[in-house]
Design a protein around this ligand. Structure first.
Ligand code: SAM
Length: 389
């Protein structure tokens, strides 16, 4: 590719975010692709060069002043270059002498024009230049949603809208959030991006997960993009979390089974003002539920028992949170077609209280089930009573 000419064209573009070169001429002894993306490291704007050789990926940070000379020397063997800018993506191709250029719009209007069926605009629309989401495998390098991630992206956008609602009237410029069972952390990254870039808050978000590889990967991406307030901690939320007095919000999105209970217990213990929790699969009550009364009718069929146990679990969680002084809404946070696990407990602390668990305990004695949040709350409030004596 005529690198001098392409460099001249690149200088006419504004808001350049990422360059990806691919398709080297046959026989060239160069990596199959390389990319350059703008990153902020400790507040300093740099360009990160990524090259792939076989299965290995190499990174090198360049000063802006080095960009021209490195690009001019790297580019000639490649026949495609994709330049992603804040409003558009420009693709250069050169097969033979002729250099071709095509332009695609990245912004929401552009996204709408190619997708007439789009029902609503997101807080973070497709086309939003968030390079971390490319690394996470949600966006293509042109910031289009990868088809298999589209349901997750919808869920996360809705989640962010609900965070935004919850924070209406939030007047500080710093915020601290915990995400328990963060997994691949799509929500965590998008939330961090939204709070820091859109709401201009100084955010600290800590994601906890029990899987070492995802925690390591997420920390690596957070560092790569200079997301200083975002970090991931390896831990089992049932025992490894440290109490903290100054957390503003706890979020969970599909934290498995009782991990949701430990997260809610953490919020109760630490009097966290906002909880947005979307529970996941539920096994504990289903496996421990016995016959004992009017609810027996649900137990004749496995699928009905399973669903009833899940509803019972979330009802118990909601009652406990309410009894502890939270205002609780149970809402369908996205349409059922996007995920069957679509209930969210949206909670706001009004006035912390010692809960009255008697009705729940009676229910438990009658049906013999185990429920972790109930057990943890009983234990904690029993301890509180002893302290008060
Ligand atoms: C279904 S994934 C959801 C991940 C992410 N929140 C999302 O919505 O994409 C559930 C995550 O919870 C984590 N998890 C399950 N039990 C946990 C525990 N006791 N402590 C910490 N993480 C846990 C799993 O490792 C997994 O990554």
């Amino acid at each position: 590719m005529d690198s001098e000419r392409v460099w001249g064209e690149l200088q006419q573009l504004s808001g350049l975010i990422r360059l990806s070169a691919s398709d080297p001429v046959k026989g060239a002894d160069v990596p199959s692709a390389f990319s350059l993306r703008s990153v902020s490291v400790k507040g300093k704007a740099l360009w990160q060069l990524e090259t792939r050789v076989a299965q290995q990926v190499f990174h090198e940070n360049l000063e802006s002043t080095e960009l021209e000379s490195r690009l001019l020397s790297l580019l000639p063997p490649y026949r495609q270059l994709c330049a992603v800018c804040s409003g558009q993506t420009v693709t250069f191709t050169q097969y033979g002498k002729k250099l071709r250029r095509s332009i695609q719009t990245n912004d929401l209007e552009g996204a709408r024009s190619v997708s007439h069926n789009r029902e609503k605009s997101y807080l973070l629309p497709e086309g939003e230049p968030v390079p971390a989401l490319v690394d996470l495998g949600i966006f293509t390098p042109q910031f289009r949603i990868i088809a298999s991630r589209s349901d997750k992206y919808k869920q996360i956008n809705r989640f962010i809208e609900l965070v935004d609602d919850a924070l209406r009237g939030f007047s500080r410029d710093t915020i601290r959030i915990m995400d328990f069972g963060c997994g691949k952390s799509y929500l965590t990254f998008i939330l961090y991006y939204y709070l820091t870039e859109k709401r201009k808050l100084k955010a600290e978000i800590i994601g906890y997960d029990i899987k070492a590889d995802v925690v390591e990967h997420c920390n690596e991406i957070a560092q790569r993009y200079g997301y200083e307030g975002l970090r991931f901690v390896l831990g089992d939320v049932s025992r490894d979390t440290k109490d903290a007095a100054d957390v503003d919000m706890l979020v969970t999105l599909h934290a498995c089974d009782t991990a949701t209970d430990y997260a809610l217990d953490y919020a109760l213990r630490n009097r966290i003002p906002h909880i947005l929790s979307v529970p996941c699969c539920q096994h504990e009550v289903n496996l421990s539920l016995h016959r004992g009364g009017e609810l027996d009718i649900f137990m004749h069929h496995g699928i009905l028992k399973e669903r009833m146990a899940a509803l019972l679990t979330d009802s118990i969680r909601a009652e406990i949170l309410k009894s502890c002084g939270y205002e609780v809404d149970v809402i369908e946070f996205v349409d059922l077609s996007h995920t069957p696990k679509n209930l969210m407990l949206r909670c706001r602390l009004k006035q912390p209280r010692i809960p009255d668990l008697r009705a729940l305990k009676q229910l438990q004695e009658r049906y013999g089930f185990r429920q972790t949040l109930l057990a943890l709350t009983e234990e904690r409030c029993g301890q509180q009573k002893i302290v008060r004596l």
